[in-house]
Design a protein. Structure first.
Length: 183
């Protein structure tokens, strides 16, 4: 199916998070039980998305070294949207948005960096510096977003300044907790 980025923080800070996040980047509440078990009880989960998923907002090290041409990725994504019965105009808008950074659709995107895209890093670090620790996890869902069970491979805590400036947060199924600097 697709990558989805889940972020989690105390429920009481939802308004503050939404005030920092670009409106189109926040999709819906996520109530995945695997993630919920790993969080404090008073925390909530939401998805960060572009178009309808988080594809393109995160790249693993393996993906960066992949020699699969972007054109093939575009066609796979087109077929996925067609299966959802999206109208052609919506599909074209989603593809244009997804591949906006690509100058040549026949070549791999070598300008990408491992981990979360800069906008995601900035949002998470800004929230952590201003308010409270925040957790982030990316998982490739192959089933239901709210019921799929998977293994969280490990947990890492990073200061906000390190999260924004490093590719250490570049693995799927790792729960990263970003904390204010100095904690």
């Amino acid at each position: 199916m697709c990558d989805f980025i889940s972020v989690a923080f105390p429920k009481r800070l939802l308004k503050e998070f939404l005030s920092l996040a670009p409106r189109k980047m926040v999709d819906q509440l996520n109530e995945n039980p695997t993630i919920a078990k790993a969080l404090p009880q008073d925390w909530m989960q939401i998805f960060l998305v572009r178009s309808s998923c988080s594809c393109g907002m995160f790249y693993s090290e393996d993906e960066l070294h992949s020699d699969i041409p972007t054109r093939k990725n575009r066609e796979l994504l087109r077929r996925k949207y067609e299966k959802r019965n999206w109208p052609p105009a919506r599909i074209e808008r989603a593809l244009a948005s997804r591949f906006a950074n690509s100058q040549n659709t026949d070549a791999p995107q070598n300008d990408r960096q491992a981990g979360f895209e800069p906008k995601v890093r900035e949002l998470i670090a800004k929230f952590a510096k201003k308010h409270h620790p925040i957790s982030i996890l990316v998982h490739f869902y192959s089933g239901s977003l709210v019921s799929e069970k998977f293994t969280i491979e490990k947990r890492l805590t990073l200061p906000a300044s390190e999260f924004i400036s490093t590719d250490r947060a570049s693995q799927r199924d790792v729960l990263y907790t970003i904390v204010p600097d100095g904690n």
